[in-house]
Design a protein around this ligand. Sequence first.
Ligand code: GLN
Ligand code: ZN
Length: 761
Amino acid sequence: MASHIVGYPRMGPKRELKFALESFWDGKINAEELQNVARSLRTSIWKEMADAGIKYIPSNTFSYYDQVLDATAMLGAVPPRYGWNGGEIGFDVYFSMARGNATVPAMEMTKWFDTNYHYIVPELGPDMQFTYSSHKAVDEYKEAKALGVETVPVIVGPVSYLLSSKPAKGIEKSFPLLSLLEKILPVYKEVITELKAAGASWIQFDEPKLVMDLDAHQLQAFTHAYSELESSLSGLNVLIETYFADVSAEAYKTLTSLKGVTAFGFDLVRGTKTLELVKGGFPSGKYLFAGVVDGRNIWANDLAGSLSNLQALEGIVGKDKLVVSTSCSLLHTAVDLVNETKLDSEIKSWLAFAAQKIVEVNALAKALSGEKNEAYFSANSAAQASRKSSPRVTNEAVQKAAAALRGSDHRRATNVSARLEAQQKKLNLPLLPTTTIGSFPQTMDLRRVRREFKANKISEEEYVKAIKEEIRKVVELQEELDIDVLVHGEPERNDMVEYFGEQLSGFAFTVNGWVQSYGSRCVKPPIIYGDVSRPNPMTVFWSTMAQSMTKRPMKGMLTGPVTILNWSFVRNDQPRFETCYQIALAIKDEVEDLEKSGINVIQIDEAALREGLPLRKSEQPFYLDWAVHSFRITNCGVQDTTQIHTHMCYSNFNDIIHSIINMDADVITIENSRSDEKLLSVFREGVKYGAGIGPGVYDIHSPRIPSTEEIVDRVSKMLAVLESHVLWVNPDCGLKTRKYAEVKPALSNMVAAAKAVRTQL
Ligand code: GLN
Ligand code: ZN
């Protein structure tokens, strides 16, 4: 019985690649030094898998930035603005595409399916010439071979590649990207030929697009592509890997009928219907790569449960045709539990990061072939049992309260127009009120103070004093700028989820549980392991302190339940909505405590609501229903005069506009950096959206300072679409990554613009 790993994290157990990349970009190390770090990471990963006994070890899942960008380089699909003249693509062109350079902006980046990983979107058009321009896949295969490790080279499949791309600037939006198949397949053939010549006996094409809702034409592209490649592929074993969901019945039929393909990989963790499909028929003589070990989470596998699933599959596909695998690349989980020095041993026994998952995959494969490691399996089932029965996991009262929420609705009693009227009497705001999204610049000093307090190097008194001074500075600045609704600036937070997680029960934190988000950027999601409750108020102290410094309304600032959920590693022993409802109840307590303490405006950020949207349309309504319900639970208990804001970090929600409206916030601020008027008309037309809306008037992701005229122009355009009494004036998002030298003039221009437009109303 064989074992396989779909892909492995690149960053290294202590983010070695991140630091090497950033040093290289800063000119502190040269290309060779960067390559050395990369090579030693690859070597240790391959060795680790080989030592564990993995049979099908991936290569080319390493990347200096992103695997889709690697495919772009392989195909030589470099947009003309980078001035590339052919030849093997080096760091210069590669990193220019990824990050931009002094003269040319980067290519667009977008989320990879429903993960928090971002890829570089290929920009294609009818004139794009494709030439084989990066031999990385072959080089890495050879590199492993030289180390004595036989690997399976992994390449983004041609159809998923095209379906992940977009028409280049100036090309019709309706340009049929799949029409480029004919042009990219010759390059794929060259790569395949070279891999064969180098001695490869397997190749893996990642075709995750197969889990999406595809039409007949798109499915046909898979059939076409692989029959085109069939003759080049002969002599090779070909694995088509899918992940992140199950494939539809039609996609399953297309997939399992592909020419020249020997093996099919499925995500059996998220793809709960796959087992049924396989039972309905699996092509004889082909391999099934069964992704039973979760690549998206950090929980130890339930080995006994997996074993019995695998045995069922074995009965269908045959003993020698079943391969134990991960549900997707381990890129989306943390790297190695060994480096977790702060987690207690009980929680640690419930977890498995990438390095531990390799061992799990191998142990399952061994068990299937009759070499079960009894000690390992019984330690695993003891850990599973301890997790089930631990009093740290279960809180009866919370379970009951959350269960009671289901089936019933929760919303504020009065409609939004009446509420806004009541609020206005209390707040007395001008037309086009100005505000900001929450955070102010996070200076080095501020980070140091937080760090020292955490490490007990300064007393609580000193800490409170330092933060209080910072809040005062931020409040005074906003008064000087004449902003209408103030914020305290979030100086006490290093992260909008971690800050709340640390104060809620049911959360644990890692020291090295980093997951790549994009390029060298990583996030360290908290782990939700138990029922969530709020032992004490979390923000009341700082918010009331800030309110006491000003007569203007001070916004209480909270992170919403859906965002806390979507940016954490979530427990897998209960449905996601259950956990979300629990967080919602905790945030509800906080909202009500803030209200009681005299905070009249409360912002509940749902920056990540959209990214939790399931990939398949059929599953989206259910998610949106409980996600929006969770948000409403947090504030259904407040008085009409309390103004609830929410903020979202994206503007592409044409498809979920009804859900956004259904959140029933009083004011919603959204990202709108590209001044997308279409978005605003969506708001106007998508039901009479009576609530306040603040589409960002300038982009905070850039250091550029917008002029007053420019903002006046923006706001005027918005007024062409939205009524003046609902429009708010605010930046795109929080200011924490900016410098005061940028923030002061930008906000000053923003306020001047709002005042200028007011005089014209
Ligand atoms: N209130 C948060 C801030 O301003 C919101 C951040 C976000 O939307 N990502 O930093
Ligand atoms: Zn934002």
